[in-house]
Design a protein around this ligand. Structure first.
Ligand code: PBG
Length: 329
């Protein structure tokens, strides 16, 4: 006995060809930004224990990795430095050293692989002896004093040749201050990708292992956002947009798909999502235990971020995704 149905949505799911025609969202290699960790030394790479398949590279090997990424069609890399403890101080002065690790890395990449876009992080946590994104006095993270240093950091990255500066520090007013300084110095072409809605998240744990950048005391709740809040994310985006951000970011991604969706509705700027280290680690760990199909969960998660509204995704899976997408064509 067949039911008397006019609409049968299953008709469009019947064959692979039909499913392809009606697919609404696509994950493409062109959507990906590949975050990479760089350390001092030569001819070495160290796997990050909590991020299997992710390494800290010395500059010579980093160049090889970036070249591979470029050859796979990945359009951009985001760089994060492992700063030796002896170079850290309370004000993070190493962050604007013209001969600093990041500045050297940017110069070499732009010389040797100029076609790949370089994104550099603006924040003090890898450089600051307190492990905080800003300067600390009497247990308080100072906003305006920190912004002054962030401006110097962004300028020194621009001077080294970065394409995009990405303030991830969550200080108030830093986007406007950085834009003004860049323009004054003639770096009008350097874009700002603002970490606008960045939450105080436990999903950053493995990243802090990778860089040795965990806060030495306390947490980041006086500057990063409360995971309970959504409207506040829109306020942050609105401010960064008014201050001159070219692109905005939501971070983390998977537990914040509603925020990605709401931000996308609220702004005309391109929206990035950061598929953070803890999200990567969970998939890798469950895959290693044989509990999930890691590749499928990876693709499904990243597709969900696109569906929520992300135009681009920062992900440690970038190379794996690029290889997988290549195979399926
Ligand atoms: C630092 C920064 C962090 C991440 C990117 N930039 C860590 C933090 O805020 O503590 C996290 C990225 C990840 O977990 O993959 N400003």
């Amino acid at each position: 006995m067949s039911q008397d149905l006019i609409y049968r949505p299953r008709r469009l799911r019947r064959t692979e060809a039909l499913r392809q025609l009606v697919q609404e969202t696509h994950l493409r290699v062109q959507d990906l930004i590949y975050p990479l960790f760089v350390m001092e030394g030569e001819n070495q790479r160290q796997e990050v224990e909590s991020m299997p398949g992710c390494y800290r590279y010395t500059l010579d090997l980093l160049l090889k990795e970036v070249e591979e990424a470029a050859n796979l069609g990945i359009p951009a890399v985001a760089l994060f430095p492992v700063v030796p403890e002896e170079k850290k101080d309370p004000t993070g002065r190493e962050s604007f050293n013209p001969e600093g690790l990041i500045q050297r890395a940017v110069r070499r990449i732009k010389q040797e692989i100029p076609e790949i876009l370089v994104v550099t992080d603006v924040a003090l946590d890898p450089y600051n002896s307190d492990g905080h994104d800003g300067i600390v006095r009497d247990g308080v993270i100072l906003n305006d004093e920190t912004v002054e240093v962030l401006v110097k950091q962004a300028l020194s990255q621009a001077e080294a040749g970065t394409d995009v500066v990405a303030p991830s520090d969550m200080m108030d007013g830093r986007v406007g201050a950085i834009r003004e300084a860049l323009d004054e110095q003639g770096y009008t072409e350097v874009a700002i990708l603002a970490y606008s809605a960045k939450y105080a998240s436990a999903f950053y744990g493995p990243f802090r292992d990778a860089l040795g950048s965990a806060p030495k005391w306390g947490d980041k709740k006086t500057y990063q956002m409360d995971p309970a809040n959504a409207r506040e994310a829109l306020r942050e985006v609105e401010l960064d947009e008014a201050e001159g951000a070219d692109m905005v970011m939501v971070k983390p991604a998977l537990a914040y798909l509603d925020i990605i969706y709401r931000v996308k509705e609220a702004t005309d700027l391109p929206v990035a999502a950061y598929n953070v280290s803890g999200e990567y680690a969970m998939i890798k760990a469950a895959e290693q235990k044989g509990w999930i199909d890691g590749k499928k969960v990876m693709m499904e998660s990243l597709l969900a971020m696109k569906r929520a509204g992300a135009d681009m995704i920062l992900t440690y899976f970038a190379k794996e995704v690029a290889l997988l997408l290549k195979q399926s064509y």
